[in-house]
Design a protein around this ligand. Structure first.
Ligand SMILES: Nc1ncnc2c1ncn2[C@@H]1O[C@H](COP(=O)(O)OP(=O)(O)OP(=O)(O)O)[C@@H](O)[C@H]1O
Ligand SMILES: [Mg+2]
Length: 310
């Protein structure tokens, strides 16, 4: 298990990482979700011992990685936020280069390169120069480079930013597969909540250097469990109906569209016993209703007062 304990990194007067605690166990996918400048990449640079912390420690199997970086480097793969590849080399040549500096034994390297090219779906393009690759293909090769030494832990820093939807979905599927088949533990950094929802068993939400929420998806959404949002569908509605609805004290955040109205109520409110008589009184047909789950975006908004994306 990797543990991050009271990790802090200051850049002059910026607290980029502020007393962060987190852990990742073998075989799980953990999300690190946060807006621009939250401190995600700095946390990753600290875990991968590329920079030194101002305070705190990173432990692997309960031993300090800061004092002994090799402990973790052998079992950790890192996919950096910025793509780092040689554009005048082919995919195969790039992997050859990275495998050599990672000191993968000569006898194993060709086999690993072939396996990785398959994992990231670049077998057919392996002889093409990287300068002719799309940004999605470059991202995939960047991921491949981090997988060559078969790391038990993989950290990915926003691997789907700025690429086409097809490559994005390929990458998300490849991550799931890597986790399920090779049991690779993954820290997945993103500011796309839907990716984190799709991939992760647990997540941390980071903002301004601090972890502001942690837990499973259910636990994090339960932060908002005192309320629920209801969408009702109507055949039509009238001005007098809407007026009557907006005077109901039980309802808040009322939003009105053509044939659909949404509102928030306290979790245990029996909203139907209020809405149905109102519809009847105004001769309005209720065609259906739907209780909406809170999203991570709602939680982030609740905790910080800001939207997750700029
Ligand atoms: N080398 C550095 N020198 C000075 N400040 C830095 C340095 N690296 C990061 N910072 C600052 O630390 C804070 C956290 O940056 P970081 O790159 O870790 O955020 P992030 O969550 O990865 O953001 P993004 O989503 O934009 O990648 C920011 O305010 C950033 O400007
Ligand atoms: Mg970053």
């Amino acid at each position: 298990m990797i543990e991050v304990v009271n990790l802090t990194k200051n850049f002059k007067n910026i607290k980029a990482v502020d007393n962060v605690n987190l852990y990742i166990e073998p075989g799980e996918i953990v999300g690190l979700l946060g807006p621009n400048g939250a401190g995600k990449s700095t946390t990753i640079a600290l875990i991968s011992t590329l920079i030194q912390p101002t305070a705190g420690d990173v432990l692997f199997q309960q031993q300090s990685v800061i004092n002994n970086p090799k402990l973790l480097r052998d079992v950790l793969g890192v996919v950096p936020q910025e793509v780092a590849l040689y554009k005048d080399l082919t995919a195969r040549e790039n992997l050859q280069f990275f495998g050599t500096i990672q000191k993968i034994p000569k006898g194993e390297l060709q086999g690993r390169i072939n396996a990785v090219l398959k994992q990231v779906g670049l077998e057919d393009d392996r002889k093409k120069l990287v300068k002719y690759y799309s940004s999605g293909m470059r991202r995939r090769l960047n991921i491949g480079a981090a997988l060559l030494h078969k790391p038990a832990y993989l950290i990915m820093d926003e691997p789907t930013v700025g690429i086409d939807p097809q490559s994005r979905s390929y990458i998300l599927q490849a991550i799931k597969q890597l986790n399920q088949e090779d049991k690779t533990a993954i820290i997945y950094t993103s500011h796309y909540m839907e990716e984190v929802e799709f991939l992760c068993d647990r997540l941390y939400i980071m903002d301004q250097g601090k972890i502001i929420a942690a837990g499973t998806m259910e636990e994090i959404k339960a932060i908002l469990s005192s309320e629920k949002t209801i969408e009702i569908k109507l055949e039509r509605h009238s001005k007098s109906f809407v007026e009557a609805l907006t005077t109901l004290k039980l309802l808040s955040n009322i939003q009105i569209a053509e044939a659909q109205i949404s509102f928030t109520v306290e979790k245990n409110t029996d909203f139907l016993s209020v809405i149905l008589p109102l519809c009847e009184a105004h001769n309005i047909v209720l065609k259906g209703f739907h209780v909406k789950e809170p999203t991570l975006e709602d939680v982030f908004l609740h905790l910080t007062g800001r939207a997750l994306r700029d």
